[in-house]
Design a protein around this ligand. Sequence first.
Ligand code: 13P
Length: 249
Amino acid sequence: MRRTLVAGNWKMHGNSRSVEQLLGELKPSVAASAAEVAVIPPYLYLSQAMSLLADSDIAVGAQNVCKYRGEGAYTGEISAGMLKEFGCRYVLVGHSERRALFGETDECVAEKLAVALEQGLQPILCVGESLEQRSAGETLRVVGRQLQAVLQGVNQPLDDMVVAYEPVWAIGTGETASPEQAQDVHAFIRQELATFDRGLSAKIRILYGGSVKAANAEELFAQPDIDGGLVGGASLDASEFAAICKVVN
Ligand code: 13P
């Protein structure tokens, strides 16, 4: 049985005051949710989030991780070991914004995923096609390639991985994939995982991301291969995010 996960990716938003306010409102309002709830703040607010959530079941994740192991001369980077020491449970890997704006390749994404797993973090592998790729009928080819890079390139058990399907055209645009469009791609991802390892496929959670809000979450999460959501904009609003978490029961 896969437990539904609702994770809020704050991206590069917030300040100490807004973090305190958001988490203060969120804690009591998601306490009764059947979903596992996680917040993914910018690095600098991880410590604050961790203290504010010490008495709560809300998990904390990071938005990125260095692809290199251990410590070293990697100015500006944060290692998987540091994230683990800080108490992070999750780390996003291969978000489309990192692929598009920061030049992350499939190979780099696989390296990051491997170091995260080695340190006992649960990587959330983000995959998804652009509008041009969807229009050209290339959705499954692109998503398949992004997934295979990890399945073939990571040399260790993938049981702790989460996959997030985030069609780039649905991110921050207000345009959500229909439940059927999303389910089609999720079923494909599940099938690819099954071809790789049947047991893994039944276990791995596949989240949907891209303009998830309270008004569409219920229908999306009701799809057989959608195991929760990776929420951007709506996760910055405590009542909207709590309402998304509450559709899970
Ligand atoms: P939005 O929910 O703002 O579309 O962002 C989705 C996303 O990129 C989450 O990682």
